[in-house]
Ligand binder design. Structure first.
Ligand SMILES: Cc1cc2nc3c(=O)[nH]c(=O)nc-3n(C[C@H](O)[C@H](O)[C@H](O)COP(=O)(O)O)c2cc1C
Length: 327
């Protein structure tokens, strides 16, 4: 399948694996790229730019296909060494960066002068247009159903994607709630040029996370996510568990007086414990509503192969059948 996204990134299928903290390591990024999609390493999972350089080199040993790096701009008191990470990306010969969390303008000139294409992930048409206006090459439009940070507007993809298509000139991919061929074909119908998946890739054989994480996603339904940190305007969609329900209780009790320190026990330092050690109930970790559509733990190649085969069938048989007046 050819779209503006496959052409922009030099990939075979219009499928991107979104950056995921403590998940976006070389094993997963390489598996996605080897299967013809675009795999992404997650920069901030590496404790320093030097570690990111090593991870890029490790990933390059596992694939000769293009792969990228996610660079997330977090609200933080002492920001990570972003210029250092950007340098590691450029010197590592990376050609695609997914930015997220905040406006990437400051780093665009350096990245683009080095021939890096930038896809900015955002959760509103307003921010997508801003990304287009500052010169981003593409955007990833992340709807309300997404795992991770859906923003504060709460617009689901059935509305957000066609709205983005009405306004944007640069290519965009649909993100949030994407799981299979139906997601891909629907996204293309709504004007996107491909799709980005997070939670679905977490439940694959190559995802370098503890088996408990994959089983938790398998067991979850579309009703099992919660929105936390809304009072701090840093909303995150996470899988529910006892720690998350405790966190929500604190949010109800403390109301507008709540501060980050009040919920730190449930959110700080949680990712390595969950992803590496398999302690899935220790705190809040991102997961999308799409968990309800995840019923197996396939190899990445199998998943992407199935999506592309089924998408072809939906387009050529089901949809063409309707258009031709067949049932
Ligand atoms: C466990 C997990 C960790 C994530 N970490 C990040 C991150 O560090 N940076 C980022 O930009 N997005 C992060 N995301 C969001 C994904 O890249 C992607 O946008 C989102 O998962 C799409 O929604 P979906 O889960 O419904 O596919 C994370 C998602 C998950 C599930």
């Amino acid at each position: 399948m050819k779209t503006r996204i496959t052409e922009l990134f030099g990939i075979e299928h219009p499928i991107i694996q979104g950056g995921m903290h403590f998940v976006g390591l070389a094993e997963l990024a390489a598996a996605v790229s080897n299967a013809g999609g675009l795999g992404l390493l997650t920069a901030l999972t590496q404790p320093s730019p030097e570690h990111l350089s090593k991870e890029i080199a490790r990933c390059r040993e596992m694939t000769d296909k293009p792969f990228g790096v996610n660079l997330t701009f977090l609200p933080s008191v002492t920001p990570p060494d972003y210029p250092g990470y950007v340098k590691a990306i450029i010197e590592g010969g990376i050609k695609v960066v997914e930015t997220a969390g905040n406006n990437p303008q400051k780093y665009l000139p350096a990245l683009q002068e080095a021939g890096v294409k930038v896809i900015h992930k955002c959760t509103s048409v307003r921010h997508a247009l801003k990304a287009e206006s500052i010169g981003c090459d593409a955007v990833s439009v992340d709807g309300f159903e997404c795992g991770g940070h859906p923003g504060e507007d709460d617009v689901p993809n059935m509305i957000l994607l066609p709205r983005a298509a009405e306004e944007l000139k640069i290519p965009f991919v649909a993100s949030g709630g994407m799981a299979d061929a139906r997601s891909l074909v629907a996204s293309l119908a709504m004007g996107a040029d491909g799709m980005n998946m997070g939670t679905r890739f977490l439940a694959t054989r190559e995802a370098p996370v503890h088996e408990n994480v994959k089983q938790a996603i398998l067991a979850a339904s579309e009703l099992d996510t919660r929105l936390v940190m809304r009072p701090l305007r840093n909303t995150e969609r996470v899988l529910t568990n006892a720690a998350v329900e405790r966190l929500l209780e604190k949010e109800r009790e403390l109301g507008k007086d709540i501060q980050f320190k009040d919920i730190a026990p449930e959110v700080a330092g949680v990712y390595p414990k969950v992803m590496r050690d398999g302690d899935v109930d220790v705190g809040a970790w991102s997961c999308g509503m799409v968990a309800g559509l995840i019923h197996d733990i396939p190899a990445v190649g199998e998943l992407i192969g199935r999506i592309m085969k089924d998408a072809d069938e939906i387009i050529r048989q089901r949809l063409t059948g309707f258009a031709d007046g067949r049932l």
